[in-house]
Design a protein around this ligand. Sequence first.
Ligand code: AMP
Ligand code: MG
Length: 499
Amino acid sequence: MTALIPFDNSYARELPGFWVSCNPEAAPAPELLFFNRDLALALGLNPDVLGGPDGAAIFSGTRVPEGAEPLAQAYAGHQFGGFSPQLGDGRALLLGEVIDRHGQRRDLTLKGSGRTPFSRRGDGKAAVGPMLREALMGEAMHALGIPTTRALAVTSTGETVQRERPLPGAVLTRVAASHLRVGTFEYFRARRDTDRVRRLADYALARHDPDLTGADDRYLALLRRVAQRQATLVAGWMNVGFIHGVLNTDNVALSGETIDYGPCAFMEAFDPGAVFSSIDHGGRYAYGNQPAVTRWNLARLAETLLPLIATEDSEAAMARAAEQATEVIDAFPGWFAAALLTRQRAKLGLTGNGAGDHTLAADWLTLLQEQRVDYTLGWRRLADAADGNENPLRSLFADPQAPDAWLARWRARAETEGGSPADLNARATRMRRVNPAVIPRNHRVEEALTAASDHGDLGPFQRLMAAIQRPYDETPEQAPYLDPAPAAVTACYRTYCGT
Ligand code: AMP
Ligand code: MG
């Protein structure tokens, strides 16, 4: 009989000393709450088998499938600026890797499957609400075209986990391009283990940037690639109003995927200072700080790579390496700005590059902020305005005349690219393909998770999941998911780490 999941475990094989073997704990009554058929198919797995009792057993950690080599990965991390030399997978296990339909290697991990040697004081477990939340957010991000880890399954365990109150337990099965984090490099750098940092970097190059493996300056090139991927990623987040909430270096993946959905949220009224996380008192990870904090995180990665970038073991060579790495870190804001502007042009319905486009976009955001306009709807209704229907847009503004002057500038700019009725129509259509109607709004997410966690009712979760998987559709079934929560609800909204 062929294995249910054709594992090929390069991390276990090539990187002994970077992880600890560990088995998941069996769940007393595993049940699939969510199974991602499309993702299973993309991975080349059999959704009919894995969507049934075999899947519930495997994805809850109750049965270790043939070919899996479960292990907890070692990593460190800067958390809110302070260094923790030992974090590691305290409630997650890498089951193994599979090669997907596109030939891409993917990690399959369990999150919430019990204690590991890295659990410290934690129970290694997870609750239904936060795991369904991670599944929802990841699918939303994927549907919005932003690189992300995704949920293959969420199972309930039949166990109770003790948090502020007793909650039903769950395990998330996560699919990722890899789980190489900035913090993985920091772990070995903090132990002055240059040999292991080099092996890790070589592994990262082979896995994510194989074209660079033969290059003389490959470690500097790796840093540049990671920085460019982060520039693209964070531009994607900014563009949809996403706040990760806990951008510690252990939550920054070298692959450039969004990883570790904890106290994240989508912003409603546009506000660069928006923070939802209950633990982010200083606003370190506020919406508008994400590019700067990502640059800071990349500098931490650069520090780990300096001994590899240096051509020899001398002070002069280290100083030269530091200069070269600093050039990359200093280039990050420019890469980010370019990636953001490209996306903003598309959102504005523009196809070419105009000299004033950056200011046009920046002034639009200022207007949204001054008028407390919902970020998602502001852009979406601008698409309606593109082919003549301005009233829905104006109704979002405290003063419906407020956008007049800006709209006139935007029209003048847009019409340099065509002003016929057909052009306007094409522009509006284009804009509706990049400006989502549906995002996972905080009040809808909470409603879905409460129903599932407190009442065992998966209906609201399933309907919300279906809606966020088609973010650009504005059909009647999507209507309940378009509107923001009342401002008073959003003002009090807090997110918590999913521990
Ligand atoms: P996170 O907030 O999910 O990024 O996790 C930060 C660190 O805390 C990681 O090392 C996790 O493995 C660890 N951790 C979080 N929750 C638990 C838990 N319930 N039990 C053990 N370790 C945990
Ligand atoms: Mg984490």
